[in-house]
Write a protein of this length. Structure first.
Length: 163
């Protein structure tokens, strides 16, 4: 595989929406409960500060994506937030790491000073280990902050990184 992280293009939208919806349907990482239609997805991704895809350029397949946007407004507008999605068939290939590293760079390029993750599910140990290995700092734990698809609640762990 030859993975390249690049800005998304409109012809990536079908794959992006499919991957995003897969993570939403799994119900263990994203807070969203509703999947995206093509129209909603097109608007959703266009409204982000920056979106990128992980493309295997050997076979022109999209394996993952991220969205980057302000975490808040005004006096807190220098803090950005991001979400990452990797296709289930491509997990374990370090695509998430490539996405996070690119996102850190794009956050800086877009004038943000801090990258903050608001709701990393405590049981998402792969993501948490990745963030910690890349220098993110856990801010604490919010008890029962995330309702899993099966209805039980799990703790969430906010993280931040100074860009």
């Amino acid at each position: 595989m030859n993975i390249v992280i690049r800005r998304y293009k409109e012809n990536d939208l079908d794959d992006m929406i499919k991957i995003w919806n897969e993570v939403v349907d799994e119900g263990v990482a994203f807070p969203q409960e509703e999947t995206l239609s093509y129209t909603d997805g097109k608007t959703f991704f266009a409204n982000q500060t920056y979106c990128a895809v992980a493309e295997d350029i050997e076979n022109n397949s999209i394996l993952g994506l991220y969205i980057l946007h302000p975490n808040n407004v005004g006096r807190c507008g220098h803090i950005c937030n991001a979400s990452y999605a990797v296709s289930s068939h491509a997990r374990g290939m370090h695509i998430g790491e490539k996405l996070v590293k690119d996102c850190m760079e794009q956050g800086k390029n877009n004038g943000f000073g801090v990258l903050q993750f608001n709701a990393v599910v405590e049981s998402n140990v792969h993501a948490r280990h990745l963030y910690e290995r890349l220098g993110f700092v856990q801010l604490g734990t919010i008890p029962d902050g995330f309702r899993m698809k099966d209805g039980h609640y799990e703790n969430i762990c906010p993280y931040y990184y100074e860009l």
